[in-house]
Design a binder for this molecule. Structure first.
Ligand code: SAM
Length: 235
């Protein structure tokens, strides 16, 4: 994937945090998906839908673009403008209460969203796994805590994140939260490489939110946090 193909879509309107396309690029490079027009991929917590655009273009698959805070109507208008209205279906549902069919998705991708709702043991296996096809793949990229600071999120991050600090967990903890199951073949979690680039590209957006984050970058974000990559391969 060549991220330059998507530069025109990276704007103050579509960005909600560190460059989600940069995070997605690293996941795709490390674990290329074998998907095509017969595949169905869930983009979980797609925000303004820019990751759904990239997933659709890069894989050729059909995409369900799900988000809670951004309405299906708003994302649907953007998808039509971007020329992907027939390939990408906008959905507005809470990840805690999906009503999909069993074994519907070939892959699930979630960028900068999974930590909002999935940070407890049992979430993946109870709320996500039933909807995944056999041999399915899950790729997740989220902000988290470096392994050496495991379990110290509230102490270290509260000045930046307030009462959302608890959501930041280390790669080790995420591996444990996904757990094992007779349908899970492999779980890998790691500290991603794209940290500096994804943050720099967010600061370049230069809006109120990114300027707020910039105030904490050298003192909190860079020393203690990372992006956690999660790869799950099903049997
Ligand atoms: C920081 S935004 C990131 C959006 C997008 N993935 C990106 O990187 O630009 C986090 C997203 O998580 C979604 N989210 C939070 N809780 C959710 C839930 N319970 N179910 C589905 N989506 C949720 C929000 O709607 C929000 O758009």
């Amino acid at each position: 994937m060549d991220i330059r193909n998507y530069e025109q879509y990276i704007t103050a309107e579509t960005m909600m945090g560190p460059n989600c396309i940069r995070i997605l690029e690293e996941l795709f490079n490390k674990y290329p998906l074998q998907s095509g027009p017969d595949s169905l991929i869930l983009d979980l917590g797609c925000g303004m839908g820019i990751t759904s655009l990239v997933i659709a273009r890069e894989t050729g698959a059909n995409v369900y673009a799900n988000d809670l805070w951004v309405s299906a109507e708003e994302n649907g208008k953007r998808f039509a403008q971007w020329g992907i209205g027939t390939q990408v279906t906008p959905i507005c549902e809470d990840a805690n209460n999906f009503q999909f069919e069993e074994k519907q998705f070939d892959a699930l991708i979630s960028i900068d969203a999974y930590h909002y709702f999935a940070g407890y043991k049992g979430f993946f296996q109870e709320k996500i796994l039933p909807f995944m096809k056999d041999n399915g793949v899950v790729l997740i990229g989220i902000p988290g805590l470096k392994n050496e600071y495991t379990d110290r999120a509230e102490e270290l991050l509260s000045d930046w994140l307030g009462d959302e600090a608890y959501m930041f967990k280390s790669p080790k903890i995420w591996e444990d939260l996904i757990g094992s199951n007779n349908r899970i073949e492999t779980v890998k979690t790691w500290e991603m490489d794209c940290f500096d680039k994804a943050w720099d590209e967010w600061f370049a957006v230069n809006n109120e939110l990114s300027n707020g984050d910039r105030q904490h970058f050298e003192t909190i974000i860079r020393p203690y946090t990372c992006f956690v990559g999660i790869y799950i391969k099903l049997k």
